[in-house]
Design a protein around this ligand. Structure first.
Ligand SMILES: [Zn+2]
Length: 371
């Protein structure tokens, strides 16, 4: 049953990729603002993807059958046949290609580069609140579906004439409408197994039919292929200036103790980011005017059991990473010796667009020094 689902999902991923074509619209009269500010930002989060894998590639110590690897030798061959630097390029080829070509990344503790979660809880809602609102809030203390009292940078931008109605979020986890407070913010948040409503009608129909008829591993988390495909469709049709793509499967496969699927999902997510980038480069609306910012909501523990989970009781959960590339990103290469915080991401989204989110609230942490 499970293998059947995986094959079916691969077929859908291929079909959806084949359906992506050059944007028919996207006329923008302005000159590119490379090096000054981006016109658009794509923020992508990969739930609970550890820095250990981002910087060191797959961990061979976790590739054993007792830890949920069905075919350890195959997994080892596929992900960990080289040095740590080679292995990270195997796991996340597009991300590392972008870093090599002038992007920026921080959070590699081997290079004394640290990005820390400051909310002290190290699970998802507090993490996404910190990423999107620019500060840790002690009142955000569960993953319950409660409307966020804090205003995200998405809401703040959506409240300005230049961005009104041009901010969209596509999220695998069904708590995001509450985190972004779609009711108050007016932002379009498509999350969980909600039908996709934006895009070319034939593609949307295929995506929704597939999502409806696939086996759902989790009730509250949609497979990332649908989230990423919906975001691509938005790029092609409604062309949001601020596009948030929240991918979720990495965390769920880790909790399930499936290191093989955690790795596969990380690799697929890298391919989804590549698709988003390539689509942006085919569009006159986005090409050379779009910054990409990639991060995660929390780290995870270490060791044979610890990697599966995260939280205040598991050291390592506070360590995350942030990457950026594209228009307006002037910082280059892997950071060395930097000290950064998750709370800096929100103001960075605004700063890449030439906007000052810190002016909205004195609690908001300053932007990362990358623009
Ligand atoms: Zn989790």
């Amino acid at each position: 049953m499970r293998m059947g689902v995986w094959i079916l999902r691969s077929v859908i991923a291929l079909s959806v990729t084949a359906l992506v074509v050059t944007s028919p619209s996207g006329l923008c009269a302005q000159e590119p603002a490379v090096g000054v500010a981006a016109e658009n930002v794509v923020l992508v989060t990969l739930d609970g993807l550890r820095g250990e894998e981002v910087f060191g590639g797959a961990d061979v110590r976790l590739m054993i059958e007792e830890l949920g690897c069905e075919k350890p030798d195959e997994i080892l061959q596929r992900y960990a046949s080289g040095s740590p630097v080679e292995n990270r390029r195997t796991l996340l080829p597009f991300l590392w290609k972008q870093i090599d070509q002038g992007g920026w990344i921080a959070g590699d503790w081997e290079r004394d580069s640290q990005v820390e979660v400051t909310n002290g809880r190290f699970f998802s809602y507090p993490g996404y609140n910190e990423i999107l609102c620019g500060f840790a809030d002690p009142n955000v203390d569960s993953n319950a579906k409660k409307y966020n009292a804090n205003r995200t940078v998405l809401e703040w931008l959506n409240g300005q004439p230049d961005y009104q109605g041009r901010v969209a979020a596509f999220c695998s986890w069904d708590v995001f409408p509450f985190i972004i407070n779609d009711r108050r913010s007016g932002i379009s948040v498509n999350a969980g197994w909600q039908p996709i409503t934006t895009g070319r009608p034939d593609v949307v129909q295929t995506l929704n039919y597939s999502a409806e008829h696939l086996f759902h591993e989790w009730a509250g988390v949609r497979y990332d292929v649908f989230t990423a495909s919906a975001a691509i469709e938005a790029m092609l049709t409604t062309q949001p200036r601020v596009l948030y793509v929240a991918l979720g499967e990495t965390d769920d496969w880790a909790h399930a103790g499936r290191y093989d699927r955690y790795l596969l999902t990380a690799q697929q997510n890298d391919a989804f980011i590549r698709r988003l980038w390539e689509q942006s480069q085919r569009s006159s609306h986005y090409r050379d005017r779009t910054a990409f910012l990639i991060t995660t909501d929390h780290g995870r523990g270490g060791g044979r059991e610890g990697w599966k989970n995260h939280g205040a009781h598991l050291p390592g959960s506070e360590r995350i990473w942030v990457a950026a590339f594209g228009a307006g990103v002037t910082a280059k290469g892997p950071d060395e010796g930097g000290r950064f915080r998750q709370a800096q991401v929100a103001a960075t989204v605004a700063a890449l667009l030439g906007e000052d989110f810190c002016a909205a609230n004195s609690q908001i942490d300053r932007p990362l020094p990358i623009h």
